[in-house]
Design a protein around this ligand. Structure first.
Ligand code: SF4
Length: 84
């Protein structure tokens, strides 16, 4: 289901590269609970060498959260539970 993305990521790794979302210092933005951070992450996907494969994987996996291939798939915003 994600074979294309897996192959492309492995090829990047063999070249000593990784996508920006794989950078420990900022990778959390792609799964952030803050919609503004996810919007920034989606912009940072631009120019990613595996963007098309990532976008296809998101469709194949029917993802419902996080940023994939420049698109924020998070369907429901995080809301802290209210005490009763
Ligand atoms: S396109 Fe996919 S792999 Fe590339 S930075 Fe965005 S989320 Fe990461």
């Amino acid at each position: 289901m994600t074979d294309g993305l897996d192959r492309s990521l492995l090829a990047m790794a063999e070249r000593g590269q990784r996508p920006r979302c794989g950078d420990w210092s900022e990778g959390g933005q792609w799964l952030s609970e803050d919609p503004e951070e996810r919007a920034a992450a989606a912009r940072w996907c631009s120019g990613c060498p595996v963007l098309l494969e990532c976008a296809q994987a998101a469709l194949d996996l029917k993802v419902t959260f996080g940023v994939w291939g420049g698109v924020d798939y998070t369907r429901r915003e995080y809301r802290p539970r209210q005490s009763t």
